[in-house]
Design a protein around this ligand. Structure first.
Ligand code: FAD
Length: 286
């Protein structure tokens, strides 16, 4: 199918985008990498009258250190995140997750901010930024508001981002000494959306886990933080007994719906297996 007809504009600044959003309201849509939006237009799932292309806005593109945190601009391509030495050093979870985001051709075009704004429950970046305690910067006509990633994802494809706001980027605390980050996922084929994935971070002090973050993708409408398991693992040594008990506890924490290919039981089994691998890897790395 072909997309319905629309007007197109390519502003050079965030202020111009905000002006356009205020004028056109729900009739306008931001175009970033277009890897999701163009498909929804072609399938006529969405029929905006105006596309606001933000690819010319240089201020949205950088990956840099800002005031002691890692800053990833909304228009950083997935492949820029994948190739960035700053990301590899200060947020290695993202470097591990990047090769799982579709295929390189899509990663060259799709953006970090587009994925977060779209909020697909099986996407990698949303779960990662929750596990990293990141903060999102959202620009509106009243100024910039900062929303912790853990509060940003509200429901299926639904976020805190209002229709007249622009996601500027994401502020990520840099990896502290003694802390480890691990990302793993299971998909039917490489490049497919995950069946289940886990973004995890923890410290290992005195041979026991501290400050665990365990966030699953593909298991709920939003990134699913396994808070009870995180709390239970606090102060526990990463031995096989603790891992087995954590896996049992996970059954009470996650209730994924079946999809076309996987039953709830299959998904829970895979989530348990993956969590065991990730916890072992965290213990090796920390
Ligand atoms: P667009 O398609 O341009 O926009 C998506 C939505 O976000 C639109 O509603 C747009 O208005 C809004 N938006 C974009 N940027 C902003 C902003 N700065 N502020 C406010 N709103 C904004 N993704 C994965 O995570 N994992 C995968 O395994 C995966 N596999 C894929 C396989 C295929 C074949 C394809 C085509 C895509 C796949 N994707 C996958 C999706 C890909 O990551 C997209 O790049 C991403 O979801 C959207 O980013 P985009 O830059 O293309 O955004």
């Amino acid at each position: 199918m072909k997309a319905p007809s629309f007007d197109y504009i390519r502003p050079g600044s965030v202020d111009e985008v905000l002006e356009l959003l205020a004028t056109h309201g729900d009739d306008a849509r931001i175009l970033a990498g277009g890897q999701t939006l163009m498909a929804t237009l072609n399938m006529r799932l969405s029929e905006p009258e105006l596309l606001i292309d933000i690819n010319a806005i240089e201020s949205l593109k950088g990956i840099e250190l800002r005031q002691g945190a890692l800053w990833i601009g909304a228009m950083a391509r997935h492949s820029h995140v994948e190739d960035s030495p700053l990301v590899a050093e200060h947020a290695p979870m993202l470097a591990q997750a990047a090769p799982h985001v579709a295929h390189r051709a899509i990663r060259n075009q799709g953006t970090f901010g587009g994925s977060i704004a779209f909020a697909d429950p099986a996407a990698e970046w949303p779960a990662c930024i929750v596990a990293l305690d990141a903060v999102l910067h959202l620009a509106g006509r009243q100024g910039v508001r900062k929303v912790p990633a853990v509060e940003f994802f509200l429901d299926l494809y639904t976020t805190e981002l209002a229709a007249d706001e622009v996601l500027l980027g994401c502020e990520i605390p840099i990896l502290a000494p003694g802390r480890a980050q691990v990302f793993q996922e299971l998909a039917r084929r490489h490049g497919d959306y995950a069946i289940v994935g886990v973004a995890a971070a923890a410290n290992l002090r005195g041979g026991v886990f501290h400050d665990m973050r365990l966030v699953f993708l593909g298991m709920d409408n939003t990134p699913a933080r396994a808070l009870d398991v995180e709390q239970w693992l606090e102060g526990k040594a990463p031995d096989e007994q603790a891992l087995a008990q954590a896996r049992q506890l996970l059954d009470d924490v996650l209730q994924p719906s079946a999809d076309l290919y996987n039953s709830t039981a299959t998904k829970m089994h895979l989530a348990g297996v993956l969590m065991g691998r990730v916890l072992r890897k965290l213990a090796e790395t920390a």
